[in-house]
Design a protein around this ligand. Structure first.
Ligand SMILES: Nc1ncnc2c1ncn2[C@@H]1O[C@H](COP(=O)(O)OP(=O)(O)OP(=O)(O)O)[C@@H](O)[C@H]1O
Ligand SMILES: [Mg+2]
Length: 448
């Protein structure tokens, strides 16, 4: 559609054309491309990325004015500002998703091909009107992300984990593996991680439960944090890690470094995928093995995923108590079964029963998290493990959340309760110098 035709319709061209208003995306894109093209002609590309935002905005505005004068398009202040900001985002940032990346209220950005961008806000997934010009446009943004971390993505290497400059975790998978076009999943990084107060305020758990976990960390029991995707495992691990005494040497081992510990003595290790020839990869197993030679007081494995579990369990059992990790699982028993399968990948010497015995003595506490349908992250149970009965590991809850119903606004209500008995590990906690008031185990608190 010609610009002159659009002007006759009486609506501003931007209202008709901007993807933000959902109208005539092609026209908007062609105007944007025109200005972009002219900019590229006018500016020295080698200096453009070093340009200050203000200087670039000035050049974009000049170019835009020349084009709109030639085309006789009247632009009001707001329309100009939107186009200029879109173009700057295109040149200096991540194009259509730049504003999402900069919005601190957005937790996840999920791009499923050029026409579909979902965001997660307050735990709820929502579709947006944002679209990319086409798959090539989306691939340009992907190239920008992966090349900034020295990686490459193409048909022969179609999956990449990367990080944005602000630390956000990014996974990219492209066709032919992804059938709806290039797919990007971004987990935003919080500059200020959630604190214990944030967890209590958001009713993820109660202060009684947190004081139990604090004592568990302090007295070096081994903890496994279990939960579904995005249920808050890494967030809780981070909060719990901060209870480790400052005098201890902590080694963190992650696939993608997300933990933000505050202690003075922390050594951070990150695994590395193999290069394009399939060489040079360093796995979590390699790092766990290496960490044992680094005189750790505690080992924190960001997420247990595979064969490293065997080395982790042995470390927990032999001289490195107080270790912690997370696992994708929907219940404590599911978490134990997954740990069993993963540890069996790392060895062929152990019988099933022996592996379970190892698990039962290595893991002391399992914290189960869930992301509820109303978007809230909640600790569903804190359980302790005490030994085996026959072939089964004994898992006993200390605190649980019971869902009672859903109110008119869709919010889930229920109660956090304690088992009312003293947990098995209370004696360990007391003999290691931590006082805990037994009344916390009679917790009964309604929450919504
Ligand atoms: N109690 C909470 N209240 C509000 N937001 C939370 C809470 N816990 C976690 N979040 C937010 O939820 C998102 C997911 O959290 P986190 O990364 O800890 O989950 P995860 O279980 O480790 O996810 P993944 O399975 O992808 O590793 C983050 O944006 C985090 O800030
Ligand atoms: Mg995580």
């Amino acid at each position: 559609m010609k610009l002159s035709t659009r002007l006759k319709s009486g609506k501003s061209w931007l209202e008709q054309a901007s993807p933000n208003t959902g109208l005539d995306r092609n026209t908007y894109n062609s105007i944007k491309s025109m200005v972009h093209f002219r900019l590229v002609e006018q500016l020295d590309l080698s200096t453009i990325t070093n340009m200050q935002r203000d200087a670039l905005a000035f050049s974009v505005r000049e170019s835009l004015e020349a084009i709109t004068a030639a085309e006789k398009v009247p632009l009001n202040h707001r329309e100009r500002a939107i186009l200029i900001s879109d173009l700057i985002n295109e040149i200096l940032g991540l194009g259509p998703i730049e504003s999402l990346v900069n919005d601190p209220d957005i937790q996840d950005i999920l791009i499923n091909g050029p026409d579909q961008v979902y965001i997660e806000k307050s735990g709820i997934l929502k579709n947006t009107a944002i679209q990319f010009r086409d798959a090539d446009h989306l691939m340009q943004i992907i190239d920008k992300i992966v090349s900034s971390v020295g990686r490459r993505i193409d048909e022969s290497s179609p999956m990449v984990d990367a990080r944005l400059p602000d630390g956000s975790r990014v996974n990219v998978i492209i066709p032919p593996l992804a059938l709806n076009g290039p797919v990007i999943s971004i987990r935003k990084f919080r500059e200020t991680p959630l604190s214990e107060d944030d967890l209590i305020d958001s009713l993820a758990l109660t202060s009684e439960m947190l004081s139990f976990l604090k004592a568990v960390v302090h007295t070096k029991l081994n903890i496994l944090i279990s939960g579904g995707t995005g249920s808050g495992k890494t967030t809780l691990l981070n909060v719990l890690s901060n209870y480790i005494p400052a005098s201890e040497r902590i080694i963190t081992i992650e696939d993608s470094a997300e933990l933000q510990l505050v202690q003075p003595h922390v050594v951070r290790l990150e695994s590395r995928p193999p290069n394009i020839e399939g060489k040079g990869g360093i796995t979590l197993t390699d790092l766990v093995k290496n960490s044992l030679r680094m005189r750790p007081d505690r080992i924190i494995v960001g997420e247990a995923r595979g064969a490293e579990v065997m080395d982790m369990l042995q470390a927990m059992n032999t001289g490195h108590p107080g270790s912690m990790s997370t696992i994708h699982a929907n219940s404590p028993s599911d978490a134990l079964s997954r740990m069993e399968v993963m540890s069996s990948m790392g060895t062929s010497f152990f019988s099933e029963r022996a592996l379970r015995g190892l698990l039962a003595s290595a893991i002391n506490i399992i914290v189960q998290l869930a992301r509820l349908p109303d978007g809230k992250r909640r600790v569903i149970s804190i359980s302790e493990i005490h030994g085996m009965k026959g072939d089964d590991i004994i898992v006993r809850p200390v605190f649980i959340f019971s869902q009672k119903g859903v109110d008119d606004d869709g919010r889930i209500y229920g109660s956090f309760t304690g088992i009312a008995e003293e947990p098995f590990f209370l004696e360990h906690i007391r003999t290691h110098g931590m006082e805990l008031d037994s009344s916390i185990f009679s917790l009964d608190k309604e929450v919504c």
